[in-house]
Design a binder for this molecule. Structure first.
Ligand SMILES: N[C@@H](CCC[C@H](N)C(=O)O)C(=O)O
Length: 285
């Protein structure tokens, strides 16, 4: 089967985007993995599939698969920005504000005059069950409005993490310096920790000042990526609740800058950042 694709990136988090609005596209995990493969396929952290709207409350549905595993996931912040750039550039809509359904969310996306995209990422959740996270026998430490949970890593140290669900699960820890943080060593141990039965995205956050952090994320089923949009939202929300950050924060990732705003409580998290087309092509799957 010959499939047309668009390669995109948002702050260096890269995607293969497929149009399934005109004809249904059902790909096996092996075909998705081939698209994600940087040697035998196109290469991408995630595969995004644009589908027709499931009902009148949204304009499209979009599905997200991790490129390394082919597993479907709930949310992708950088992908959401690329999705809206894609539907506008391919003439699938001319609306300035686009609404989209994901597996467990409804998002609103707005193209800014400077080409960046702002996404209403909905409200974050903090209950351990939302990730889920098994708290059996654990006592969290309270700080500000947040709780820090001790996570004993097999054969490694015990780290303290803040739990945030942005629709997908995140465990965020503060580090002195992201450049020297043990992301490659601790990331896989946190991602696959048995207390997270559906695995987790592991964030490593350096607070630079109350309006700026540096962040690296070891993503579930993807490894460390150059940026993670939901990870940026999770880190900022955790930092605000812990009393370290103000309501608007610039997040420096290895692939670019994202701006995250959160007014607290039930307010939605707003994420603004770039969305860029790299090239288009066709691949035999
Ligand atoms: N890159 C993403 C997150 C993609 C999904 C993640 N790997 C998961 O499994 O939850 C982002 O920009 O948010």
């Amino acid at each position: 089967m010959l499939v047309k694709f668009t390669k995109m990136q948002g702050a260096g988090n890269d995607f293969v985007v497929l149009d399934a609005t005109r004809a249904a596209l059902k790909l096996s995990p092996r075909q998705l993995q081939k698209l994600g493969d940087r040697r035998f396929g196109v290469g991408a952290d995630q595969i995004l599939v644009v589908e027709p709207a499931p009902d009148d409350s949204v304009d499209f549905r979009y599905r997200i698969f991790n490129g390394a595993s082919g597993t479907e996931v709930e949310h992708c912040g950088n992908g959401a920005r690329c999705f809206v750039r894609y539907v506008r550039d391919h003439g699938l809509t001319d609306k300035p504000v686009v609404r989209v359904a994901t597996i467990n969310n409804r998002l609103e996306l707005r193209l800014q005059a400077d080409g960046r995209v702002t996404v209403d990422m909905n409200r974050p959740r903090f209950e351990p069950e939302a990730l889920p996270f098994d708290t059996t026998g654990l006592q969290p430490r309270s700080q500000g409005q947040a709780q820090l949970w001790p996570l004993s890593l097999p054969g490694g140290p015990t780290v303290e993490v803040a739990l945030v669900s942005m629709g997908n699960p995140h465990a965020v820890q503060r580090v002195e310096d992201v450049r020297t943080a043990a992301v490659a060593e601790l990331g896989p141990l946190i991602e696959a920790h048995p207390r997270f039965p559906r695995k987790v995205n592991a964030g490593f956050m350096q607070v630079i000042d109350r309006g700026q952090i540096a962040l690296r994320v070891f993503e579930r089923d993807a490894g460390e990526t150059l940026a993670c949009g939901t990870g940026a939202c999770a880190a900022v929300v955790a930092g605000i609740r812990l009393g370290w950050l103000d309501a608007t924060v610039d997040v420096e990732t290895r692939g670019g800058r994202l701006t995250i705003e959160w007014a607290g409580g039930d307010a939605p998290v707003l994420m603004t950042g770039p969305a860029v087309t790299v090239f288009e092509g066709e691949i035999e799957l």
